[in-house]
Design a protein around this ligand. Structure first.
Ligand code: CTP
Length: 407
């Protein structure tokens, strides 16, 4: 059977030069069995004709919200209700801005506002537009609402620039749609909080203490949770990696910032993953001005940071009637994995601890792979052999979802 048989997809095309690529996308979705209803903005019809899309989708194309052909239904509501998924490709900066702000002034944006189905947005625009703070803010706003982005690619843009902004390949968008509609969704309806990266503890305005965490494992967990259907908030400390699309990103610096950001969200999330490398100590004094050199030695006094994972455990005990998040901790060790991991699990009252021996090749900081042992209150739950961090993340979520459902 074709993978999208029985699925109805509303494909919204907005007015950018990449609109012509939407024809390939439409044709691919139809060939995978989907029933595709195309809506084009006025601008899109300047780049490609509705007749092309009508022929490919084998349905009339909607362009005008007032052009009601069937008196029995209100078309934008009817299509919004029928959709299993809405795709906007290409999405211009304008349509993204309208979506983020709830503006409904044409057939596409009105249908988007009426739709309760998941939405995939594939942006395409000039690199400076894509990097404009207004667009970034709009994208983050939509991501926080659960809109999934298929990020634009980098290359030669139609405007002559080379940079990021080129519509993702139709194949990639079709695959994201198929994954969304047919993939496993063990976290559907769940809200999860993932922390990632290494905290930054400031000494003075130009110096700080941090660690080698790359953020890759946390990002893989956020991405896997998103694909498993969760609404994801990623609390992100220092990292050089780009966070995944389709998740709400909250930037923090220090352990104290992260502590505040996590605790503020407790009671409203179903799971918390502490993949961040949190500094255990911070400088006792944060100097407002750059420290000038003086003597031959300099002693820096450090004081203990709050233990965030432990604070979550304490919060759960202090709020028995509230929505208690399933907590997953991490333990990066260089030996005695089981002893340290089970000790941390008990001390920090988490539901699962993912331990890795960072001295092993292919495990730990900076790598794209990991080797992990997952411990629960009963002891070793599973040893995950050397795998891509994304695969490790999927397995962790599968184990967590089973336990969350049981509880
Ligand atoms: N953690 C935390 N807050 C801290 C320190 C650690 O939330 N201040 C979390 C980490 O994010 C991780 C888990 O606790 O999920 C274990 O971190 P780790 O540094 O291995 O544990 P520590 O308790 O700091 O133990 P030690 O450094 O002595 O090994």
């Amino acid at each position: 059977m074709k993978p999208l048989t029985g699925k109805t997809i509303v494909l919204g095309i907005s007015g950018g030069i990449a609109a012509y690529k939407a024809a390939t996308l439409c044709s691919r979705l139809v060939s995978w069995g989907a029933s595709v209803r195309v809506i084009m903005t006025e601008g899109a019809t300047r780049f490609i004709t509705p007749l092309t899309l009508q022929t490919l989708s084998r349905h009339p194309v909607a362009t005008d919200v007032f052009d009601e052909r069937d008196a029995a239904v209100v078309q934008h509501i009817d299509w919004a209700d029928a959709a299993d998924l809405v795709i906007v490709a290409p999405a211009t900066a304008n349509v993204i801005g309208k979506m983020a702000n709830g503006i409904a002034d044409d057939m596409l944006t009105t249908t988007l506002l009426a739709a309760t189905a998941p939405i995939i947005v594939a942006p395409a625009m000039n690199v400076h537009m894509w990097e404009h703070p207004a667009v970034i803010e709009n994208v983050n706003k939509l991501a926080a609402r659960g809109v999934r982005f298929v990020e634009p690619g980098t290359g030669q843009l139609a405007c002559g620039y080379v940079g990021k902004g080129r519509l993702a390949e139709p194949e990639e968008i079709a695959e994201a749609a198929a994954a969304w509609l047919t993939g496993p969704r063990p976290l559907a309806g769940r809200k999860v909080l993932v922390t990632a990266g290494g905290t930054v503890e400031r000494i003075d305005p130009v110096r700080y203490i941090t660690n080698d965490s790359s953020g890759k494992m946390g990002f893989a967990l956020a991405e896997a949770a998103r694909d498993y259907g969760a609404e994801v908030t990623l609390i992100c400390a220092k990292t050089d990696e780009k966070p995944p699309g389709g998740v709400e990103v909250v930037r923090v610096q220090s352990a104290a910032d992260m502590h505040e950001a996590v605790l503020r969200r407790l009671g409203a999330v179903d799971a918390v993953v502490k993949a961040a490398a949190v500094a255990d100590y911070r400088p006792a004094v944060r100097h407002d001005a750059k420290i000038k050199k003086s003597g031959e030695t300099l002693t820096l006094e450090l004081v203990r940071n709050p233990d965030i994972l432990q604070a979550i455990g304490e919060w759960k005990e202090a709020h028995p009637g509230e929505r208690a998040p399933f907590t997953i901790g991490f333990a990066a060790e260089t030996g005695d994995l089981e002893k340290y991991a089970t000790d941390k699990l008990a001390r920090k009252k988490c539901d699962l601890i993912v331990a890795n021996d960072v001295s092993q090749p292919g495990a730990g900081f900076g790598t794209d792979t990991n080797i992990a042992s997952v411990f629960g209150p009963e002891g070793l739950v599973e040893s995950i052999p050397l795998s891509a961090k994304r695969q490790v993340a999927e397995r962790i979520w599968q184990l967590a979802a089973e336990r969350m459902n049981r509880a």
